[in-house]
Design a protein around this ligand. Structure first.
Ligand code: DGL
Length: 251
């Protein structure tokens, strides 16, 4: 890897690739270290303490690598651990994703909305605050227990079955869908097959914009004119994860 400092980015697996893809649109010349914690996937059903401890280990690795900013590309980890991580590491730039529910409020308030997220995100205080603040009173909340796991596993048959069994009840009832877990943008087409032509909202584009602004403000943006490097680490050393991650990024 060239000697410019990297941006660290992590998720409980390859879902965060959907965030990195958006970031690369705005910041293609940065170096990235992506940490996929697939050994501990799913985060969605774990306790706050377990999630904090897992994130803390990843933070330490990034700090050791002298990352110039750290992106939490996992809604569950953001909801459960971002605040504590910021308190523990006040020197670090920590950018955390959140479900794009405010975007619905700003751009599609009149439309009925389905928010899909992990059980952990949906039960979190952070999500409750967001929901109360931007409630359009036409919103269904769907904690998708087990969905991120089967997306991570990459089993299309299981995904289709899951969506048919759990999403079909919202067909013709919802126009907006908030993808409140970074794994879900990977299955947008399958969701459309069940719900029809819905409009998707996810937090990655605004996170990317925010990250760029912060780097500019702090004079940390790379001045390189060449595309940066992406270094992928998976906590269970899965070659399959690595392959799927880069295939998605280059699609
Ligand atoms: N990608 C995740 C999120 O955004 C985590 C899913 C999980 O591990 O349960 O919430």
């Amino acid at each position: 890897m060239n000697k410019e400092k990297s941006i660290g980015i992590f998720d409980s697996g390859i879902g965060g690739a959907t965030v990195l893809k958006e970031i690369l649109q705005l910041l293609p010349n940065e170096n990235y270290i992506y940490y996929s914690d697939s050994k501990n996937n799913p985060y969605g059903d774990k306790s706050d303490k377990e999630i904090f401890n897992m994130c803390d280990k990843i933070m330490k690795k990034f700090i050791q690598q002298e990352c110039k900013a750290i992106v939490i590309a996992c809604n569950t980890a953001s909801a459960k651990a971002a605040k504590l991580l910021r308190e523990k590491y006040p020197e670090e730039i920590i950018i955390a994703i959140e479900p794009a529910y405010k975007m619905v409020h700003d751009y599609a308030y009149e439309k009925s909305t389905l928010v899909m997220a992990t059980k952990g995100t949906m039960e979190s205080e952070k999500f409750h605050t967001l929901y109360e603040k931007y409630n359009n009173h036409k919103t269904y909340l769907m904690p998708c227990k087990g969905l991120a796991d089967i997306i991570e596993e990459g089993n299309d048959e299981k995904i289709q079955k899951y969506l048919k069994n759990n999403l079909a009840q919202y067909a013709n009832k919802t126009q907006n869908v908030v993808l409140g877990c970074t794994h879900y943008p990977l299955i947008q087409e399958q969701i459309k097959q069940v719900l029809g032509d819905v409009k998707f909202f996810d937090g990655a584009p605004s996170l990317a914009k925010h990250l760029k602004e912060i780097l500019e403000e702090k004079n940390l943006k790379s001045e390189s004119e060449k595309h940066g490097e992406i270094y992928f680490i998976d906590s269970s050393n899965s070659e399959d994860k690595k392959y799927r991650f880069f295939t998605y990024l280059h699609k």
